[in-house]
Design a protein around this ligand. Structure first.
Ligand SMILES: [Zn+2]
Ligand SMILES: [Zn+2]
Length: 211
């Protein structure tokens, strides 16, 4: 018997992080727990935004029992990652985003395209690369795993710089607010996710940026 086709779950936008790793770096980089996009969304809606399961299920356009199942699965995975010090990676699942989001595989900028714009031959607005992938449900479409960069970023990054979020294209910047990740904010003119000024990621983009 083939499984019943699942209805796609609706998400506003992809998460602004690709995953989490243990702070001390003591983990097996190949032993990864995949938290599906819909599981991440379930945690966001039910635990972070404290919506009822009924409200959350409506937003994701699934039945309430389905939401409960997704949410339970998400919690089990997160608990396992915490207790067993595993790399938790976000991606995959059966979702549809409300807007078209892209990742540049060269400079790692993340941007979205207005529904009115053509989506043929999309190039990176920051570095003009054609190595663009649409962020969608297929995990393979998402950012390549970059080894220990997580630690490098952590060391180079937060805590030793002016605390600003900056647009990697136009340099529009705003003060960073604790609890609001820079990459959860879009540049109002470029529709590109902002980055922490002078972070590893930001320096990487600057090296590749073209006018
Ligand atoms: Zn780029
Ligand atoms: Zn901008």
């Amino acid at each position: 018997m083939s499984p019943r086709p699942k209805r796609q779950r609706r998400l506003n936008e992809p998460p602004a992080v690709t995953g989490f790793i243990p702070d001390d770096g003591d983990f097996d980089s190949k032993d990864i727990i995949i938290l599906l996009y819909e599981e991440y969304e379930a945690i966001k809606l039910a635990d972070y935004q404290a919506l009822s399961q009924l409200e959350a299920s409506k937003i994701m356009e699934v039945s309430r029992p389905t939401f409960t199942r997704i949410h339970d699965s998400a919690r089990k995975k997160i608990a396992k990652a915490f207790m067993e010090h595993k790399h938790l990676r976000i991606g995959g699942g059966d979702v549809v985003f409300n807007e078209k989001w892209y990742l540049c595989n060269d400079c790692e900028s993340v941007f979205k395209i207005d529904s009115s714009e053509t989506t043929d031959n999309v190039i990176c607005p920051v570095c003009h690369s054609k190595e663009i992938v649409e962020i969608q449900n297929a995990d393979t479409n998402f950012r390549k795993y970059r080894g220990m960069h997580g630690r490098t970023r952590y060391r180079d990054g937060i805590g030793q710089q002016p605390d600003n979020c900056i647009c990697p294209k136009c340099n529009y910047s705003i003060p960073h607010v604790a609890g609001v990740p820079c990459n959860s904010q879009l540049c109002p003119t470029c529709n590109i996710r902002m980055v922490r000024e002078n972070s590893y990621h930001h320096k990487n983009i600057i090296n590749k940026r073209k006018p």
